[in-house]
Structures are given as C-alpha cells and as structure tokens.
Design a protein around this ligand. Sequence first.
Ligand code: PLP
Ligand code: COI
Length: 344
Amino acid sequence: MEKKNLDWSNLTFSYVKTDKRFVANYTNGAWDEGKLVDDDMIVMSEDAGVLQYAQTVFEGLKAYETKDGRIVTFRPDLNADRLHDSAVRLEIPPISKELFLKSVRQTVAGNAAWVPPYGTGATLYLRPYIFGINPVIGVKPADDYQYRIFATPVGPYFKGGAKPIVVKVSDFDRAAPHGTGNIKAGLNYAMSLHAIVTAHKEGFSENIYLDPATRTKIEETGGANIIFTDGKGKLVVPKSNSILPSITRRSLVYVAEHYCGMTIEEREVTLAEVMGGEFTECGLCGTAAVISPIGKINDHGREFAFASGMTDMGPVMTKLRETLTGIQMGTVEAPEGWIVEIDV
Ligand code: PLP
Ligand code: COI
C-alpha cells in the first residue's frame, strides 16, 4: 500500500485531516453498530448537550508501523476500559469494548496510508470521543450521543522532541478532591487552557499541578503523568485519586520492574522533596508525550535543575523510553496482550 506523501520526520503534534473516521450513534437507548465515513463535519443542534454543559469524554492512543512492516496498536483494551469509566462518571452511556476495538481496527485500516513509516519518529494518533448531541437546556444528561474516532499523523508533543523542558508549578488547580481528575473529560482540559497559555507566555513548556487539597504534593501536568528516579535503580510514581490513570505510566512501571530491573515506589511525592534534590531525573509520560524529560522545575521563581541537565534526556528515562518504544515498534518483545495487530 502506498503511503501518503508527507514529510513524516518533521510532523508536529497537530491535526491533519485523514481519509476515514468511524461514527456510531446512541438513540432510543441503544448504540448502533457504527461505520466508517468520509465526512469530517458534524451537524448538531445549537443546544446540543456537549455545547451547553461540556458533556464529552475522550481517549488518545496511537498506531505504529513496526520494523517488519506490520501496523499495530498498544493496549487499546485499556483505552476501552478508561473510556467506559469516564463515560459512567459523566452519565454518558458507555460503548462496549467490542465496539471500541472494532472502531480502532477500522479507523486504522481505513487510514493505513497515513500510518507514518517505521523510523521516522512519527505515529498515527487516534482520538476516540463521545458527546451529548441532542438539545439539553435544563442541567441534565443528553438523551442522544455520538461516538467518533478519527486519526491524524503526529510528531513529538513538545517542540524539540525528546529535549528537556522547563515547567512551572501552577497557581491553578487541575482537579478538585473527589472531582473529575481521574477521568478523561474535555472539561479537565478546558479549565487548563488559561493556565497553559499563561505558562507559555512566561516561557514554560507545561504546568505541574499540585494536589488540590493541600497544594504540597505533585499530581501531574496538563496532558501527562510525572515519573521520577533517584538514579539508584528506583522509579517513583506519584499516587493520588485525582490524577489520570495513564496507560503509558502503568506500562512504564511494568517495564521498569520487569525489563530494567528497577524497584517501584507508588506513593505521595511532595514538591518539597523534589525541590530538595531527592531525584536525579524526571519525565512526563503519556501517549502524546511518550517520555519527555523535565530539565528544570520553577516554583514561583525558585528553580530546581535535575542532575540530568538541559541538553539530553538522562540515562534512566532514555532506557525506559527506548524499551517502551521498542515494545511498541516491535524491536523488543512485548508482554502478552500488549500489542494488537491491525489487518490492512
Ligand atoms: N494525564 C493527562 C492529564 C493526560 O491528558 C494524559 C493523556 O492521555 C495522560 C496523563 C497520559 O495518559 P496515557 O498514558 O494513557 O496517554
Ligand atoms: C494523550 O496523550 O493522548 C492526550 O490525550 C494528551 C493530550 C494533552 C494531547
């Protein structure tokens, strides 16, 4: 199959319209079986539930071309589970795992020419989402919903690829205690927009959000979980009920333990211990971010520089990143069930 003629190695993380998208509709209390369509436009009521009360949840996953030319996805069953949990929290009727996995297969196969070639550093990003589509004026859930998934070829999430970035400790909270921080809802990202624009204006790449109750513990950034290492074989992962259960982070915990021989600590991590030099390296992890190294954290003018520096990713994050991407691209043997091949 002939690939599209794109400058694959220089793609950024932005939207490119591809050929096919998958659409399913929920009406009269049931999801239909859905199908691939060409039309990227959506026509809906001016009073659609998603437009009035932000009733929408989403996912993000990627398709990869492996070294031997297969097209694969990474742990899509976990995206199906998380989309289910997000939907339930926002009173959206969840779609079945079968429908989710079918939609992933069909969307990737229908856009196979858009899957970036192995070795270019680019991947095909998939964005599944569900939203309330019928008119809603009192504050209540919609009756009708649409599920869609589109694909777009992407490069690195942060400019400069895997170069260390500088982040700030945000003055805003991302999630309330007992709120929606642990699900993937559009509303969590709407509230982060002012914070990220502010951070960018100040010269920072991202925001670190603290725990909303005490503002002393590290939670995550706007679009990724955070991981730390002490440089002595330990991976430390912040634990909190209000961070998104990142599939990348959960996979890295396994990879660190079983492939890299590290010990894992999942626990509360205070800003004070990070700024006090407890860790040698820090990374942002997520589907979009993969692992992006943090070089410096700025807390209201007080700066902490990780020992790994601002030039390159440190050795531990490099090893974790290479192992994870090796599993995703078929050069490192994957744990059972992690890689789902797409028939094209
Ligand atoms: N945290 C937030 C707020 C995110 O938006 C994402 C992206 O999906 C992640 C973490 C990483 O999650 P995952 O590894 O499942 O992509
Ligand atoms: C992802 O990593 O898939 C996300 O949804 C993060 C987003 C900020 C692009």
